[in-house]
Design a protein around this ligand. Sequence first.
Ligand code: SF4
Length: 205
Amino acid sequence: MDALQIMNSLDLMIENPKCELEHKTPFELLVAVILSAQCTDKRVNLVTKELFKNFNKPEDFANMPQGLLEEKIHSCGFYHNKAKSIISASKDIVNRFDGKVPNDFDQLLTLAGVGRKTANVVMAVAFGGDNFAVDTHVLRVSNRLGIVKTDDPNKCEQKLCMFFPKNKWSKLHYQMVLFGRYICKAIKPDCEKCLFNKECPHSRV
Ligand code: SF4
């Protein structure tokens, strides 16, 4: 399948893609994306709804005892590392970026606990950049559709950026996330509902 065919079919299946992590500021988004690793957006939204009532600025987290944050984010899993990353990133933002999340991919990558996926999501969603974040759904869907043959998210990102037009990257990221989450699921994909089911080598129809 070529890029146009994939984009047209995704437009029909996933009409209004958007970030499902609730947030009001780039910083809240950053925290939510860190929490979302190995966790559902639904769970993250439940946790951040409470958390952001009292803590929603880098200054709030920079001086927070790690144990307190761990308690608040416990149900997201990997709470020890996530708390550590949120506190370190907050300190970096306060000390090096004047309390503001940097609107720059390379600078975002210098924050503790921020990898390419997180930086790409923040750039695309908070700052309207052309970025292609690769998470587990995007990686799986890209392989099943035959766009890539790799389990390396960085190689997948490179290929996707060459395969699709730049001005579609950020929209396609969310279309592929939602397509992977609700149709092309890891276990038992809903191939009956999928417009790729004639061409896809993994089709169960
Ligand atoms: S046919 Fe099935 S496996 Fe293939 S892309 Fe569609 S949902 Fe995924």
